[in-house]
Design a protein around this ligand. Sequence first.
Ligand code: NAP
Ligand code: 2RA
Length: 382
Amino acid sequence: MRGEAEAEYRTSNIEVRVRQNSKFEIRCSMFEYKTGFKGRREMSKRKFNVAVAGATGAVGNQMIECLEERNFPVKSIKFLASSRSAGRTLRFRGDSVPVEEMTRKSFKGVDIALFSAGGGTSLEFSPVAAKAGCVVIDNSSAWRMDPDVPLVVPEVNPHAVADYKKKGIIANPNCSTIQMVVALNPIHRKCGIKRIVVSTYQAVSGTGKKAIHELYDQTRAMINFLDYKKNVYPHRIAFNCIPHIDVFLDNGYTKEEMKMVNETRKIMEDDSIGVTATTVRVPVFFSHSESVNIETEKHISADKVRALLKKAPGIKVVDDVGNKIYPLPIDAAGQDLTLVGRIRQDESIPNGINMWIVADNIRKGAATNAVQIAEILAEKYL
Ligand code: NAP
Ligand code: 2RA
C-alpha cells in the first residue's frame, strides 16, 4: 500500500487503487491505444448545463473523466448521488464540485443528464428530469427495451438518437452488448449475420465499486491464508469463475444473457438475428472479454473480416498469433477502442467465423458510449 490508497492492484501495465473514500483510480501505460479525444474539435458553440446522476459510482466517476477528456462543451456541472454521498466533493476541470442528493428538483435548468444510478432510481427520476426539459442518457437497463426510447451505440446506429424526442430519454446499452455490436455490425452489413453464439468473461467492475473491493479483499485474504467475506456475489470470485450475471429468468438464462439477445437485435435493427449467450463473471478488475462465433448468410474469409474491421470505427484489430498478440483485458483497460483478435474460420460450418472481443466495460461499455451519445445530441439536435 502507498500513500492514501487503501488497496492497490498492479500488473505490468495497469494499476488499480481503491481509495479509502471508495473512489478508485486506474492507471494504464498502454497509451498507444488511448483515444482520449484530447483536443477534439470544438463541436458546438453552445455550452450545456450537465448533470451526472450516480457521480460517485464506478461509471459516474468515469463519466466525469470522459467529459473532461473529450472536452465536452459544459457550461455548468452538477454531481448527484444518494443521500449517503451528499456533502462529498468531486473534481471537475480543476474545481471541487459538491455532490448533491438527487431529488425531484435536481433537474431544473439542466440540459443533459448522464444517469448511472441503477434501474430503480432511473425509473423514478428519468421521467422527472425529462419533464423538466432535460435529455436523459441512462446507463441502467430500465429503458433499453422501451419502444419509445432509442438504444444507441454511436458506431452502429447514431441516427437513432433522433428518437430521443419521444420520451426525452436515450438508453445506453449493456456493456457486454456494446463491444459485441461494435465488432459485429460491419460484418452484418456486408454478409448478413444469421446467428451469434457468445460466451463472456466479465470483469467485476461491471457490478460496480463494491465488487472491485470484493475481488481485492478476497484475493488479499486468500493469499494470506485468512478467512474471506462474500457480500456482492453468491460465491467467492477470487480464483474462481461464476456463470451467473444478474438474476435467473424462467427460461434458465440470466437477465444479462437475455440483454445480449434483445439489445443486439434492437441496436442492429434486425430481429431475425439468432443470438444465444452464456455470461460468466471472472476475477478480472476491468474489461470484459467475449468469445464470439457467428454464422453469416454470405461467405467471408478470416482475412476479409480482419480487413473490414481494420477500417471500422471504434475497433483495433489485435491479431498476430505468430507473435502471441491477441486482445487482453489488461491492454483494453483505460482506453476506448474495442479490441478484436483470434479471428479465424469456424471449420465446422460453411459460413462461420470465430473471434475474441475485449473492451473496457466502464469506458466504451458505459461512460464513453454515453458521452459519445451526448456529443451527437449536442452537435445535431440541441
Ligand atoms: P456503483 O459503482 O455501485 O455506483 C452506483 C451509483 O448510483 C453511486 O453513485 C450511488 O450513489 C448512486 N445511487 C445509488 N442509489 C441512488 C439513489 N437512490 N439516488 C441517487 N443515486 C443513487 O454502480 P455502477 O457500476 O457505477 O453502475 C451504475 C449503473 O450503471 C447501474 O445501473 C449499472 O447497471 C449501469 N452500468 C454499469 C456498467 C459497469 O460496467 N459498471 C456498465 C453499463 C451499465 P452513492 O455513492 O451515494 O451510493
Ligand atoms: C455487468 N453488464 O457486467 C453488467 C454491467 N451492467 O454486470
